[in-house]
Ligand binder design. Structure first.
Ligand SMILES: [Zn+2]
Length: 133
């Protein structure tokens, strides 16, 4: 996976179709938390939580009501050039740095943001084993 220095330092703006926010901004309702990337399950904004993360959607399995101490590692595609958004009844993932339009540019689709990102990565790196986390 490519990691430009500028990419690391640039704060990503997300608009998933479910909500929109900027990576690293304080949470609107709980300013002591920072906004992270889209929830890999439902695409809502997630936020940092005790060294881990939580989804802001209370109806999501990864939501704040889940008493599990950790939701697993933060997805490695957060705050990169990868963007996810709702497209009809599925999720679409694109690489903003290599994107013209959906017809001409590589795009991954899936029933969750995580699946769409895994699909995009298989298209971008067909010969590489993609770690599914
Ligand atoms: Zn969620």
């Amino acid at each position: 996976m490519r990691f430009h220095n500028t990419e690391r330092n640039k704060m990503r703006f997300y608009n998933t179709g479910k909500s929109s926010w900027r990576f690293g901004d304080p949470m609107p309702t709980r300013a002591w938390y920072s906004c992270l990337g889209p929830c890999p399950r439902c695409g809502a904004m997630s936020f940092d939580y005790g060294g881990g993360w939580r989804c802001s959607d209370p109806t999501c399995f990864f939501g704040p009501g889940n008493s599990l101490p950790n939701m697993g590692p933060k997805p490695d595609w957060w705050n990169t050039s990868i963007d996810v958004f709702v497209d009809g009844d599925q999720w679409c993932a694109i690489d903003k740095d290599n994107f013209t339009n959906v017809q001409e540019s590589p795009a991954g689709f899936g029933s969750t943001p995580k699946e769409a990102v895994a699909c995009l990565r298989r298209i971008l790196n067909p010969c590489k084993e993609v770690r599914d986390e």
